[in-house]
Design a protein around this ligand. Sequence first.
Ligand code: MN
Ligand code: MN
Length: 297
Amino acid sequence: MDKETLQKYEKAGSIASQALKRGLSMIKPGASTKKILDETEAYIKSQGAGIAFPAQIAVNEVAAHYCPAEDDTILKEGDTVKLDVGVHIDGYIADTAKTIRLGGQDDLVKASQDALREALKKISPGAMLGEIGKTIQETITSYGFAPIRNLSGHALGRYEVHAKPTIPNIDTGDKTELKENQVVAIEPFASKGAGIVYESSNPTLFTLTAEKPVRSPLTRQVLQEIKKYKGLPFTSRWLYNEHGIGKTRFALRELKSHGMLQEHPPLLDKARGVVSQAEHSVIIKDKPIIYTKGDND
Ligand code: MN
Ligand code: MN
């Protein structure tokens, strides 16, 4: 990896770490989740960085892919709140997340944090993916919780959030080895429920997957906006601000019917168990560079 690329990753990582810290400081009973996301994203832009994916705030049994759009979710005492932030510099992405439980951290929060810490210790060129998953699984089950088996870490490509390979959260026996200079996000999820998530309804998170001609001028206007995201995920909340709810819904429906849109609906634990998550991004080296670490743990 050349020096310039490394510097871009490190800059993205340091901004992501700061953005996460700021967002987490707003997680309080009575807080608007929409406002937390708006302010977290505004901070990223104020630093001259790009948003790699909409900031996400998944509460309790929602594990991931939640961004309020039409409604707002107001946080309350006892909630387990995951904040997940993505930043890029010139397409080089930093992806980091942390969980806060309102009313005092509990073992569920510790379990995913601890699993992340243990997994990061195993990271090196030549480390096998299944072994990393095994470490995560063993750490989380030692707390009496379940790792979420159908959510995983992933490599980070340029302008590509979920690149291959995936980094499992369980022992898959995968003998694929990590390579020097690969960039990966490790993200254990610990669940008090099934440890399996399902796709619920009403997605607010999307990716444009193809470009085709569209007839409607309204849809064309919205599509112009979506193209600015360069194939990275976006959320309807951004489009509502620019184009209003009715027009955005119409456009998203048309894009979907043309097969141009991938939807990412909220992912919920199958048994409605509460879920925690911890995530860092790492450049694989003999001494790995955890570039989202900042002064967070
Ligand atoms: Mn993430
Ligand atoms: Mn990730």
